[in-house]
Design a binder for this molecule. Sequence first.
Ligand SMILES: [Zn+2]
Ligand SMILES: [Zn+2]
Ligand SMILES: [Zn+2]
Length: 204
Amino acid sequence: MANEEMRMFGYVCPKCGKAVLAARSVFALEASNAEVECDCGESALRVENLDGQKFRLTVPCGICGGTHTAECEPERLLHGPGLGFGCPETKQICCYAGNRERVEPAVRELEILCQKYRQEEEPEAFLDSVIMYEVLSELKEIASRPDGIICGCGSSRYGIEVRHAAVDLVCRDCGAKLRIPAATDEDLDQLCCHYKLVIPGKKQ
Ligand SMILES: [Zn+2]
Ligand SMILES: [Zn+2]
Ligand SMILES: [Zn+2]
């Protein structure tokens, strides 16, 4: 066959975060199973041909880091524009199969999306982890006092958001925020002066 029909497969490697793209011929896919491996050697997409009735894909998921399986009709996998397979954890598409023109840009976009997910997972390092630790323990101490941390709106329900060089106390009722710097010894001294903390929320 001079112009053999090819199908493109693409996913994002959960280990190294790179887009993995490879084409397989329809002829080969009809005849046997296929595997598309990442260059890093740590993950591989498996395409199993179940007696020509169905295809089962085993997809390493670059979004949640898990492995998902999905089945589909041979017709949809081998012909037409193609299809995407979703990650059940995040409801995002984590694998594409089909025409090169559609799969390649989709997987490039997926690669960027996965990078964002990864960044969210790895919290940025603290500017000074000793100070951060001390500030958090002091906050715990203050919070243990009766009405130790309250909001100006009258609420005593708040959340703690730990940042690079600060801790935010956020009122769960009005959303007001009190930023506690957590970078230097002075920041710690400042905090220790407070017997109580009031988040600057307004009275309703
Ligand atoms: Zn890889
Ligand atoms: Zn997933
Ligand atoms: Zn409030």
